[in-house]
Ligand binder design. Sequence first.
Ligand code: GLY
Length: 350
Amino acid sequence: MIYSEFNNAFLSCLNRYEMGQICIVADKNLIRHKEWMAARPLQELPVLWLKVSEADKSIETVMQIWDFLLEHELTRRGLLLCIGGGVLTDTCGFAAATYKRGIDYINVPTTLLGMIDASSGGKTGINYRGLKNAIGVFANPVETIIYPGWLTTLPSDQFLSGFGEMLKTGLITNCQKREGSSLWERLLQYDLDTMEIQSLTPLIESCVSAKEEIVNTDPHERGLRKILNFGHTFGHALEEIQMNNEPSKWPHGYAVVYGLIAELYLSVVKLGCPKAPLQQLTQIMIHYYGKPQCKCSDYKRLIDFMKQDKKNEHADEINCTLIRAVGSPVINQKVSENEAKEAFDYLFSL
Ligand code: GLY
């Protein structure tokens, strides 16, 4: 749900729980934005401030949250408010879903990426032995509170990262506003030079409701939900290689945009998708995201990584979601090594 006033949103949710049974876990960086705690009931709630980098998405952090909940004697009727970006909401959601066999939690995403993707759909989890999101459960938050006001202080690379996931949503959904433009067309019209929040809010709303419709139909990713992986087979591989070459240079949504370019290229070549969305996204990439760097020697690692992708149903094959046209995704598309190399050639030649 999107709220224009943060405290009101909180107050109405809190009414459903006993005051002594609510705990907050919040990103340490938000201490400087403490005005959100101005509402009296919030000031009285215990807060655990957490440092949240990808390395903190760990069992140690989950144990810290369990200890905090135990210390405050939360019962199964308790509530955990999780305030922060995707790493924090994924980790806290997992801690809540496993504490005393599961307590209610509410996500309050403070980044655009968190609002668009991580905070809804119930994927919770942590990294384990170097594998991203290897341990986790599906557990939906009782509510997701989206307050676009958080975005006014978001660094521009984080903004673009979230916008990358919005572009993906626009490519896979065919939701049309009453006046007739598709979500993709409305995203193309958004002015990324200003990153203005008011005109972004209806786009956030459309992306969130598109995702909710998909995950409500297929909560456990047996079929339809795989369309959300468009751009992610190539994107995750690029993200992995880049993290090993130069730690944390691109936020996740940049890798998604690069992956979308490669997978749109394959959509054109293999499924006859019109070239327009590939050309439109290429322009956006060059203008705002920059070109990804990669050495020829990285190709083998990229291909090996894609073959091991945990989303694959069979070992040793590359499996992608592609599109026949904007709003017309097709899951489980096999891609040969040569086709994958051709897509990377296209991406790195831009
Ligand atoms: N991030 C993709 C999904 O929630 O399925």
